[in-house]
Design a protein around this ligand. Structure first.
Ligand code: GUN
Length: 299
């Protein structure tokens, strides 16, 4: 039987509506409208597309959004100056610096320069540490948080189940395992992590009742690597050449959709799976940040 398709597009619509209602309630209560600032450095078309989707989604739910476009030649100090300005701006509750950044910029230092209360990506070491230690008042990275919502809301709660995470990035793999290991909603899982150096990878991935894949390689996970009946979450977004499409390319995930859909019991599509959930969680984080109220910290 073909796998059930878990639609991130539909679920994200529900979450965006919930966030929109929350923003409306805040306004009615006399609070300031939450504000999100996105920073885009350079001209990478994929990054530009992601950032404009984030800003559009923010505006749709009533969040004030501002996009700052900076040249790829910007110096590290200049970019730090921009972040400091946003830290001090009382209208900005959330700051997102789109990654990757150009070589001359020290990414880790830029991420550390964002005030932890405005760090809607959840990449600041304070938030990373709080997530790992289970401390409340943490901003959680959007993609792993979106995956937890996808699993729980679609009836595939990871609690007590064996989850195999393929990939160990700071953006997805590491925060994902922190959430899965944590106590309470969306957590309490048994977790195995695999990556590019894992031996006998297929043997490891076949253990997963839930298999989450974030490796950035089109069609990397094939049917033989999946335990029959598993729930498969595909985080990959890869552009592959397709002369028959208008743009000359199409988007595919890290999972061979055709083959795996015959083995898995449920899986996310690409596009329309994890991607829309990432954006929905960014909006939710921006509202949380506004409530925490760092406001004009540093100003
Ligand atoms: N680049 C790819 N994914 C992300 C993300 O979630 N946040 C930021 N800031 N940059 C990214």
């Amino acid at each position: 039987m073909a796998a059930e398709i878990i639609s991130g597009t539909e679920m994200a619509r529900t979450i965006r509506a919930e966030v929109g209602e929350e923003v409306a309630r805040m306004k009615e209560g006399g609070a300031r409208v939450p504000g999100l600032a996105t920073v885009l450095v350079g001209e990478d078309p994929a990054s530009r597309a992601y950032v404009s989707m984030k800003n559009r989604a923010a505006e749709e739910v009533g969040i004030l959004s501002r996009q700052i476009d900076l040249p790829a030649s910007i110096s590290h100090e200049e970019l730090l100056g921009w972040v400091e300005g946003l830290n001090a701006d009382p209208e900005v509750d959330g700051i997102l610096v789109q990654l990757p950044l150009p070589e001359q910029v020290m990414e880790a230092q830029i991420l550390e320069s964002i005030h932890p209360y405005k760090d809607v990506d959840g990449f600041h070491p304070v938030n990373v540490g709080r997530l790992l230690s289970g401390t409340p008042d943490v901003l959680i990275p959007c993609t792993p948080q979106g995956i937890i919502e996808l699993l729980v809301r679609s009836g595939h709660d990871p609690s007590g189940r064996h989850v195999v995470m393929v990939g160990r990035s700071n953006i997805v793999g590491k925060p994902m395992i922190s959430l899965l290991l944590g106590r309470g909603r969306g957590g309490d899982a048994t977790v195995t992590v695999a990556h590019s150096r894992t031996r006998d990878l297929a043997e490891v991935t076949r253990m997963g009742e839930i298999l989450i894949v974030a490796v950035g390689r089109p069609g990397f996970v094939t049917a033989e690597m999946v335990r029959p009946g598993a729930v498969v979450i595909d985080v990959g977004v890869n552009r592959v050449d397709d002369p028959s499409s208008e743009k000359g390319y199409r988007l595919v995930g890290d999972v061979d959709f055709e083959g795996v859909s015959r083995v898995a019991s449920a899986m996310t599509p690409v596009p329309g799976g994890v991607g829309p959930m990432t954006i929905a969680m960014l909006l939710s984080n921006t509202v949380s940040a506004a409530k925490t109220g760092a406001g004009g910290f540093g100003g």
